[in-house]
Design a protein around this ligand. Structure first.
Ligand SMILES: Nc1ncnc2c1ncn2[C@@H]1O[C@H](COP(=O)(O)OP(=O)(O)OP(=O)(O)O)[C@@H](O)[C@H]1O
Ligand SMILES: [Mg+2]
Length: 209
């Protein structure tokens, strides 16, 4: 989740879900974005696509959304919700229902401020839930390891109200290419650094399961 458009939400959601599925976890992606990017990505892969992605209208109220999620994900071990670029009802509902909220953050000051709003919303959900859920994780996204600002990103993010993933999802062309190929990074480029970074993020996330 993040209201900032294009920060890597769908790229991370779908690749992370594919890697989780490849480890034997029954993983389902719910596409809560009316742009339907994740669903289109799956369509591009056709029958070969390794994941089930269901569109989910999250604007119909909490009760309907809960029923829809229950019906769509009956036997799932992991449910990944790809949120739209806004912090309205779908983001709040997803936060209230989630065990964990991942906020991808790109390394520019304006984007870091946007991430702050997303982490605050997730923290509000935590307070409303009255327990430790959701866990809020900031994920450095589309970083370029060469620039100073990317190197400092981890430090800057540490001042926000969320835990920072110890992995950078670096800007890598192969992550865009695998969408065009209708595939996911674990299948498209299993020997690439992009896969290893996504796998490391997956391992980090699963330790909280
Ligand atoms: N780490 C990365 N390296 C290279 N390209 C990336 C990376 N992450 C995302 N992209 C590319 O950036 C664009 C936006 O990514 P993506 O759709 O995942 O962002 P988003 O946050 O889901 O966008 P939206 O807010 O529109 O839902 C896409 O073209 C995608 O292929
Ligand atoms: Mg998206």
């Amino acid at each position: 989740m993040n209201q900032k458009g294009g920060c890597g939400k769908t790229t991370i959601a779908v690749n992370l879900a594919a890697i989780m599925k490849s480890t034997g976890l029954n993983t389902i992606v719910l596409d809560a974005d009316p742009q339907l990017s994740a669903s289109r990505w799956a369509k591009q892969g056709g029958e070969e696509f390794p994941l089930t992605i269901h569109p989910l209208d999250m604007t119909k109220g909490a009760r309907k959304v809960k029923t829809d999620i229950r019906e769509l994900t009956q036997s799932a071990d992991v449910i990944v919700i790809d949120c739209p670029p806004e912090l309205r009802e779908p983001a709040m509902l997803a936060s209230l229902l989630a065990d964990m909220v991942l906020v991808p953050v790109t390394p520019s000051p304006l984007d870091i401020w946007a991430a702050e709003a997303a982490t605050e919303l997730a923290q509000d959900a935590r307070e409303l839930n009255g327990n430790n859920k959701p866990l809020v994780i900031l994920v450095p996204s589309k970083t370029n390891s060469q620039t100073v600002i990317a190197k400092d990103l981890g430090k800057t993010l540490a001042s926000l109200e969320g835990q920072v993933a110890p992995v950078n999802i670096v800007q890598r062309v192969v992550l865009a290419e695998c969408v065009i190929a209708g595939s996911t990074i674990d299948r498209y480029a299993p020997n690439s650094p992009a896969f290893r970074e996504m796998q490391a993020l997956c391992q980090f996330v699963l330790q909280f399961k």
